[in-house]
Design a protein around this ligand. Structure first.
Ligand code: AMP
Length: 209
């Protein structure tokens, strides 16, 4: 049983790492951003409520998020890798209550460290092929010339929005590091600019796996 939180700015690799860790550790991944994007695609009421916030790079209201994760957490008997949740102190307090109700707690927090300029470069160059869903990067993983014209940019990946998301991270999410420190939860800092496999193996080593 393990409840692991991945913290780090947008574009620090939480999604990539949480997927791989989930497979490796055999515990489900709960990623609120993915769940919100699915709700948006499906055109649900929840998706409609979340849309404007996501496109502006703001946090979606806590009650929407708690409605979304509550069920998933209750079902995660083997523990969970939490990616993108909690995003602020009130969400962390709600998580604490839910876990306590089941006699559980947060076991560890991983913080992926990536400097702002690297994030902006990573995200402002990210492009998606609407026909295949394939993700490219104009500089690091350039698309084949014939499909280049049809690629689109995720609305919240525009440079101004990314900069805003970084400030939301600094103001609302980063204080969670202090919160968990004060609650005696082990915090593991990992350099997120390293290659994907290296980040993964460092996380596993820190977890003693
Ligand atoms: P992500 O894919 O985790 O970067 O999330 C994309 C967007 O979804 C964020 O910029 C927020 O608008 C919204 N979002 C995801 N998770 C949360 C959360 N726990 N609380 C509030 N908003 C969230």
């Amino acid at each position: 049983m393990m409840h692991l939180i991945l913290l780090g700015p947008p574009g620090s690799g939480k999604g990539t790492q949480s997927g791989q860790l989930s497979e490796r550790l055999g515990v489900p991944k709960i990623a609120t951003g993915d769940m919100l994007r699915a709700a948006l695609r499906d055109g649900t009421e929840l998706g409609r409520r979340a849309k404007q916030y996501m496109e502006a790079g703001e946090l979606v209201p806590d009650d929407v998020i708690l409605g979304l994760v509550g069920e998933a957490l209750a079902a995660a008997h083997a523990g969970a890798i939490l990616d993108g949740f909690p995003r602020n102190v009130p969400q962390a307090e709600s998580l604490e209550e839910i876990l306590q109700g089941n006699g559980q707690s947060v076991d560890a927090v991983i913080v992926l460290k990536v400097p702002d300029d690297v994030i902006v470069e990573r995200m402002s160059g990210r492009r998606t092929d609407p026909e295949t869903g394939e993700v490219y990067h104009l500089k690091f993983n350039p698309p084949p010339a014939p499909i280049a014209p049809r690629l689109i940019q995720r609305p919240d990946d525009r440079e101004e929005t990314v900069r805003h998301r970084l400030s939301v991270y600094a103001d609302q999410t980063e204080p969670l590091i202090r919160y968990y420190e004060e609650n005696g939860v082990p915090i593991h800092w990992v350099d997120g600019t390293q290659p994907i496999e290296r980040v993964r193996s460092e996380i596993l080593t820190r977890l003693g796996r």
